[in-house]
Design a protein around this ligand. Sequence first.
Ligand SMILES: [Zn+2]
Ligand SMILES: [Zn+2]
Length: 221
Amino acid sequence: MPNLRRLECGMMPGLEAVAGCKQLREIELYVKYDGEARTAAEFLRRATQLVKLTLEYESPTDMAPFSDMDFVLALATTGRSHLEELELNVEDINDMGLEHFPQQQSLLRALPRLPALKTLEVKGEASDELLLGVTPANAPALRSLKVLTVGVKCAHDALHRGAVQILLSLNPDLKFSTHELSYCYTDDRCAWCTLGCHQEMRQDLDPPLKHSADWVTIPRL
Ligand SMILES: [Zn+2]
Ligand SMILES: [Zn+2]
């Protein structure tokens, strides 16, 4: 299929051969560490022509049991990746209190070897280590980083986080977003919303009950 440009699929035997589709640019891959994991990783090692990739982890709490099954590291193997957009969907649907997503260390190792990466979206909880690992040296092309949560109560709380401030100051062209309420609207406020600074982040026009979490770009102080 020489003209195949976009594919959405699960893991299957022989997937590595799909890397031979030279026009393939976008893929949404449903991954798990089963018998086909090495095949999927081999596909990702070879498919340097990909521009956009979504990895949907079926068991988000699992770590790759062997390094040759690590899908994120596989992307960085050659250092010749053309990948511009990467989304890791590791959201723990069972909400088992997942701390930091298990692929974070692999992602930190892979970033410097993904020279074209412009957009990174993590549907999971990132720690300060990830935020501090994003620098112009490690991710020179990165312009948008979206992280579902960094363990804060609201986007205003995230704004005041030290690691977020360092991230924004080290990367002057980066947009950083988290999926939170923009401000605490109930009585159970974070320390910063209790203090009441950065009122410009409030969305006062809507009644409080209508407020729900959404992607919020963290403004620069
Ligand atoms: Zn708050
Ligand atoms: Zn504030």
